[in-house]
Write a protein that binds this ligand. Structure first.
Ligand code: PEP
Ligand code: MN
Length: 344
């Protein structure tokens, strides 16, 4: 349920309502809009107990309305304004568009440093790169682990780019969080509820990828797990879903962008690399994602894709990445957005 306060209701009236709800054993979340305060009331028995509390009779209360969706904190009903997440000097979810770019995996010092300089040069604002890699086969390259995290930190030091890297389980979370600016939760872990709960205890921004077979509702509920722990810095990342189609690695579901924008207030990022599996499709799908209203992209870029240890076929080389950045900056302008890492 949410309690909508009257336009410009004074803080004492808001406080009277929230303390009454807390005393009754409900969890209370305040959403302070420009003109109006919305109080989210969370508890298993809101539907049965709240009507009896006659909250509408309290000064300043306009109405008490049920939340129709199964998620609450992540929903727009509860928080109508967009969530804007701060990452270092950047904000994501507002007017700016961010491109996170870099190799699928950190392979060695030279490769990650070269990638970082190249993507920064082209206008990326964050460096991606996996140190712990969730590979389908146990015989594939699994990542450099802590050594990879150290190399990412070195690349951040050299370029100033914040680092986005994947955390695969609760055991390595604190290690990864020491180095990462954004914790990526991979598609295979979208419903790893222990991991979601642990990440919810931190304040660090999270990039939550969509599970390959997850519905939009399941995905938003996964974000709700993180938010229920108190970490509201969640970005949702569409990275393609599994369908009957085999030509592309996954089917990039770009309609999720406007759907998520309606249902949630969280920033939406698109990954056209894993979404298609083919580098030739990355430029057109990046353009489409920005046109659909995404707040940013995460793109695989490798100094030499044909030699990549993972995901080479979907990785852009630096030239094609720079061309892609030029294309999307023009689309961003049409959309009334600005590219955070590029000159105006
Ligand atoms: C990745 O970003 O390299 C990755 C493994 O992504 P996903 O979890 O979307 O497959
Ligand atoms: Mn990859």
């Amino acid at each position: 349920m949410i309690v909508v306060m009257r336009h410009m209701a004074p803080p004492e009236e808001v406080e009277a309502v929230t303390s009454r709800l807390s005393r009754a054993g409900f969890q209370v979340h305040l959403s302070q809009g420009v003109a109006r305060t919305i109080i989210g009331v969370i508890g298993n028995d809101t539907k049965t107990r709240l009507p009896g509390m006659a909250l509408e009779a309290m000064p300043g209360v306009e109405k008490v309305v049920p939340i129709l969706q199964p998620y609450k904190l992540a929903g727009r009903e509860f928080k109508p304004e967009n969530t804007v997440i701060r990452i270092g000097e950047f904000t994501i979810g507002g007017e700016d568009i961010h491109v996170m770019a870099g190799p699928c995996a950190v392979e060695n010092r030279e490769q990650i440093l070269e990638s970082a300089y190249q993507v920064k040069q082209a206008g990326a604002t964050m460096l991606r790169g996996g140190a712990f890699k969730p590979r389908t086969s146990p015989y594939s390259f699994q990542g450099l682990e802590e050594e990879g995290l150290k190399l990412l930190a070195e690349a951040r030091e050299a370029t100033g780019l914040p680092v986005v890297t994947e955390v695969m389980d609760p055991y390595t979370l604190h290690l990864v969080a020491e180095y990462a600016d954004v914790l990526q939760i991979g598609a295979r872990n979208m419903q790893n509820f222990h991991l979601l709960r642990e990440v919810g205890k931190l304040e660090k921004p999270v990039l939550l990828k969509r599970g390959p077979s997850a519905t939009i509702e399941e995905w938003i509920l996964a974000a709700e797990y993180i938010m229920a722990g108190g970490n509201y810095n969640v970005m949702l990342c569409e990275r393609g879903i599994r369908t009957f189609e085999t030509y592309t690695r996954n089917t990039l579901d770009l309609s999720t962008v406007p759907v998520l924008k309606q249902l949630t207030h969280l920033p939406v990022i698109v990954d056209p690399s894993h979404g298609t599996g083919k580098w030739k499709l990355v430029q057109p799908m990046s353009r489409a994602a920005i046109a659909a209203g995404a707040d940013g992209l995460i793109v695989e870029v490798h100094p030499n894709p044909s030699e990549a240890l993972s995901d080479g076929p979907q990785s852009l080389n630096p030239e094609n990445f720079a061309a892609m950045m030029g294309q999307i900056s023009r689309i961003a302008e049409v959309m009334g957005r600005r590219m955070a890492g590029m000159p105006r």
